[in-house]
Design a protein around this ligand. Structure first.
Ligand SMILES: *Cc1c(COP(=O)(O)O)cnc(C)c1O
Length: 358
């Protein structure tokens, strides 16, 4: 890249939490990456600075109109010490897709990757090595111009923070129970459901709260027009094994194009398992559960990788999946993906990017 990244190293290093304290997104490393945008200047001043609060004008557009996007990916340390990122190019392409949708200027994906590379390498001692742990990378863009007119901001900030995260499942992968949301919807085609932007998550909290009040850990979203077709589960894409075929909703404009979703589809095809990406109605799933052909269900996302579904609640009825146990295929996919990510399994798709000092 042309502009070198200026590094201002922290002199005040934090104590690192132990692996069992980590949880998800609770601890942050000693440094962060920042780059600013001004219309006319473009993106400028890429720098790594000590992790610290940011000062923004109260009129900054992000606070009022939600002009912001984010990403999430993971870095791993392999048993041989290599530092690996899982498919970062795909996350950065999606970041720019989200930027486009939210009228935020495009980032140079090579510059963004170089920023992540340098930051992760600087913080390499923060990458936990225990099984199931990783360093979560959270790039995001916020609109910073102090102006209340509803128009795209003329100033932005691109920031990358890092968080060491624990094993998503303390005792191995366990199925979750899911509340099929009958009223609220997450997104509609033509809206912003396929962009990773803040408002989607704020809008989903109310359903999430009601689901957890009733003892369910996640919401399964139905489509915003008919409330009939399956969209996603929580902030994950969703898959169903019906007979010998694995079904997942097609990319219809209102669901997110998950990196894990794509990886699972490619793995399944590689194994010779039929995958259908299409509209799936909740009625079709209920019917498949009743006739015994629905044998597995699972969510996919960077944080959990695979989250098996053991029960669905829909219109007053509980539908158990695989008697509430993790299915063989779900476990096999989890093991394959985490093995590739950890470098303990071959990487036939070339998904892992090894970070090395330039
Ligand atoms: C991030 C996200 C996913 C999962 O995407 P991955 O790239 O697999 O992490 C799915 N749905 C929503 C709404 C998301 O925000």
């Amino acid at each position: 890249m042309n502009t070198p990244i200026i590094v201002n190293e922290s002199t005040d290093k934090k104590a690192k939490p132990s692996a069992d304290q980590l949880g998800f997104g609770k601890y942050f490393t000693d440094h962060m990456f920042i780059m600013d945008y001004d219309s006319g200047l473009g993106w400028h001043d890429p720098r790594i600075v000590p992790y610290q609060p940011i000062v923004l004008d109260p009129a900054a557009k992000v606070f009022h109109y939600g002009q912001t996007v984010f990403e999430g990916m993971k870095a791993f340390v392999a048993s041989d010490g290599r530092i690996l990122l899982f498919r970062p190019e795909k996350n950065l392409r999606r970041l720019n897709f989200s930027n486009h949708r939210m009228s935020i200027p495009q980032l140079d994906e090579e510059v963004a990757l170089e920023a992540i590379r340098q930051l992760v390498l600087l913080e390499r001692d923060w990458i936990p090595a225990e099984p199931g742990t990783s360093l979560y990378v959270r790039p995001f863009v916020i609109a910073t111009q102090p102006a209340l007119g509803v128009a795209p901001s003329e100033q932005y900030r691109f920031i990358v923070i890092l968080s060491p995260v624990g094993a998503y499942y303390a005792e191995g992968i366990n199925p979750v129970s899911i509340y099929v949301e009958p009223e609220f919807v997450r997104a509609v085609a033509g809206g912003v459901g396929n962009a990773k932007t803040a408002g989607n998550y704020a809008a989903g909290l109310i359903a999430q709260q009601e689901a957890s009040r009733q003892g369910y850990s996640q919401v399964l979203w139905l489509d915003g027009v008919h409330r009939t077709y399956i969209e996603e589960v929580g902030s994950m894409n969703v898959f169903f094994k019906v007979g010998d075929t694995v079904l997942t909703p097609e990319l219809n404009g209102s669901i997110l194009d998950g990196v894990t979703r794509d990886s699972v589809i490619r793995l399944l095809k590689h194994w010779g398992i039929a995958v259908e990406q299409r509209r799936i109605s909740i009625a079709e799933l209920v019917e498949a559960q009743r006739n015994g052909s629905l044998t597995e269900a699972f969510g996919t996302g960077t944080a959990a990788v695979i989250s098996p579904i053991g029960e669905l609640y829909w219109q007053g009825e509980k539908f158990s999946v695989n008697e509430g146990r993790t299915g063989d295929l779900s476990a096999k996919i989890y093991d394959a993906l985490t093995g590739i990510q950890r470098g303990t399994e071959p990487d036939p798709f070339g998904w892992m990017l090894e970070l090395s000092r330039a």
